[in-house]
Design a protein around this ligand. Structure first.
Ligand SMILES: NC(=O)c1ccc[n+]([C@@H]2O[C@H](COP(=O)([O-])OP(=O)(O)OC[C@H]3O[C@@H](n4cnc5c(N)ncnc54)[C@H](O)[C@@H]3O)[C@@H](O)[C@H]2O)c1
Length: 410
C-alpha cells in the first residue's frame, strides 16, 4: 500500500502555525498530510511548537535548508506578512505547492513575484481565506447568487475589533506598515476578499481615510512592554502574557533569542499604522461599498448589508460583547414593496472562525466540491491586498486611487 499523504513543511511556528496548520491539521486531517519539517528562525519557539503539535519532525532554521533537506511537496507559510513572498517563491521554485496565510503579501511588487513564480513552476498557491467558509458567509453567498435581492447595487460592511483583539495588533510587528502593510492589508484583506467574492467583480477605485486616534503616539503614557511596566496598575491595555500558559510557552522564553515580545507597549511612539479606517470602494460592475474598521471597541464582530433592486440582506455578527453572545447568526432577507422578511438562523459552528477553519481544511485536503467558489488562489489573494494598498495610499494622499494605477499583478 502506498502512502498518499502529502508531505508538508510548516514555516513559522507562532500561534497560527502551531495551532491551525500544526496541531489541528494533524488532529483532523492526519489521513491526508504528513508533517516532515518544522521551520522557524527562532529555534526555541520551533521546539516548543513541536511539542505542542505532538510531532517528531525535524526542525530547520531557514526555508532553504527545509526545502533542501526535507524535500516537502507542500509548504505552509505562517510567518510575518512581509516575508511571505520570499518563502512562497522559494517553495514554488523547489516544486512545492503552497498554502499561505493571509494576507498573501504586502506590496504590488511582491504580488507580481509570487504570481510569476506560480506560473513559472506550474504549482499552486492557496490563500487561507477562512472567512469565506464560515456558514453565515456561505449562506449569504448562496442567497446573492440566487438573485434574492435582484441586482446588487451597494454593500455596507463595518468591522469592529474589541480592546483585546484590536490592541493585539499594536503590541507586535503588525504595528508597522513595512511588516503588515497596515491593517488595511493585514486585517482588511479578509474583508476585502469577502467583498470581492460576494460581489463577483474586481475593485476599481478606492477613497479612504485612516487615522491613528488611540494607540501609538496618541497614548497618555508609554513604556517598552507590559511586563515590568511602571504604568501596569493604571493602563487599560495592560496585558499579562504569563497569565496564558500557551502564549507564555510559545513567546516568552523564546523572546530571549530574538527580542520578539508578545506584550510590547501599544503606545510606542513609532507605531505608523492607522487604528481607525474607512473606505469607499467602487467595483467594475458598478457596485459601491461603504467599509470601516475600528480597533478599540467594546464589541467584536461586524455589521453587513447588501442592497439590491429587489430588497436587502442584512446581518450582524457579534463574536464577543458585554452581554450574552447569541448562539446563532440571524440573516434577514427583506423584500421591497411589502414582500416581507425571511429570518434565517445560522447556528454558530464549533472551531476557529465559526467553523470556517475546519471547512477550509476539508476543502483543501479532502478535495471537496466547490459550488460557491470558496477555495481561494493567488489572484484572490492579490486583489484583496491591492484593495488595501489602494486604501492606504488614498488615506495618505487624500485622493481617490484607481487599482489600475498601482501596477500589474501579473
Ligand atoms: N487566517 C487567519 O484567520 C489568521 C489568523 C491569525 C494569523 N494569521 C496569519 O498567520 C501569519 C502568522 O501569524 P502569527 O500570529 O502566528 O505570527 P507570529 O509573529 O506569532 O509568528 C510568526 C513566526 O514566524 C517566524 N518567522 C518569521 N520570519 C521567518 C522566516 N523567514 N523563516 C522562518 N520563520 C520565520 C517567527 O519567528 C514567528 O515564530 C500572519 O501572516 C497572520 O496574518 C491568519
Amino acid at each position: 500500500m502506498t502512502d498518499e499523504r502529502r508531505r508538508y513543511a510548516l514555516i513559522g511556528t507562532g500561534n497560527r502555525g502551531t495551532t491551525m496548520w500544526g496541531r489541528d491539521l494533524l488532529g483532523g486531517w492526519r489521513d491526508s498530510v504528513e508533517l516532515v519539517a518544522i521551520c522557524d528562525t527562532n529555534r526555541l519557539r520551533a521546539e516548543r511548537a513541536r511539542t505542542m503539535i505532538g510531532s517528531n519532525a525535524p526542525i530547520y532554521g531557514s526555508v532553504e535548508e527545509t526545502l533542501r533537506e526535507a524535500k516537502p511537496e507542500l509548504v505552509i507559510v505562517c510567518t510575518q506578512d512581509s516575508n511571505h513572498d520570499d518563502i512562497i517563491v522559494a517553495a514554488l521554485d523547489a516544486g512545492c505547492d503552497v498554502i499561505t496565510e493571509k494576507p498573501m503579501t504586502t506590496t504590488v511588487e511582491k504580488i507580481r513575484r509570487i504570481r510569476e513564480a506560480e506560473k513559472r513552476s506550474g504549482k499552486r498557491v492557496d490563500v487561507s481565506f477562512n472567512y469565506r467558509f464560515a456558514p453565515t458567509a456561505a449562506r449569504i453567498k448562496a442567497l446573492l447568487r440566487s438573485g434574492a435581492i435582484g441586482t446588487l447595487t451597494s454593500v455596507d460592511f463595518h468591522w469592529y475589533l474589541d480592546t483585546r483583539h484590536g490592541a493585539d495588533y499594536f503590541r507586535r510587528w503588525h504595528a508597522y506598515v513595512k511588516n503588515s502593510g497596515s491593517l488595511f492589508v493585514h486585517k482588511a484583506t479578509h474583508h476585502f476578499d469577502l467583498l470581492n467574492w460576494y460581489i463577483e467583480a474586481d475593485p476599481q477605485s478606492v477613497a479612504a481615510f485612516g487615522e491613528l486616534r488611540n494607540y501609538g503616539a496618541k497614548g497618555p503614557f508609554r513604556g517598552t512592554r507590559c511586563q515590568g511596566c511602571e504604568h501596569a496598575s493604571h493602563c487599560d491595555y495592560y496585558f499579562d502574557v504569563n497569565a496564558d500558559p500557551f502564549l507564555e510557552a510559545l513567546y516568552e522564553a523564546p523572546s530571549e533569542l530574538d527580542g520578539y515580545v508578545r506584550d510590547a507597549c501599544v503606545f510606542r511612539e513609532d507605531i505608523d499604522i492607522p487604528d481607525t479606517m474607512t473606505a469607499t470602494i467602487r467595483y467594475t460592475n458598478d457596485v459601491a461599498v461603504s467599509y470601516s474598521l475600528n480597533t478599540f471597541m467594546p464589541i467584536e464582530g461586524y455589521h453587513l448589508a447588501f442592497n439590491g433592486t429587489k430588497g436587502r440582506i442584512e446581518t450582524r455578527q457579534y463574536e464577543k460583547q458585554p452581554w450574552e453572545t447569541p448562539k446563532a447568526d440571524e440573516i434577514l432577507l427583506i423584500k421591497n414593496f411589502g414582500g416581507g422578511v425571511e429570518r434565517i438562523a445560522v447556528p454558530h459552528s464549533t472551531g476557529g472562525h465559526f467553523g470556517g477553519d475546519d471547512r477550509m481544511r476539508s476543502m483543501i485536503f479532502h478535495n471537496g466540491d466547490d459550488p460557491l467558489d470558496q477555495r481561494a488562489g493567488s489572484r484572490a489573494g492579490a486583489m484583496s491586498v491591492m484593495t488595501g494598498i489602494a486604501a492606504l495610499q488614498s488615506a495618505r494622499t487624500g485622493r481617490m486611487v484607481a487599482i489600475s494605477e498601482l501596477g500589474d499583478i501579473g
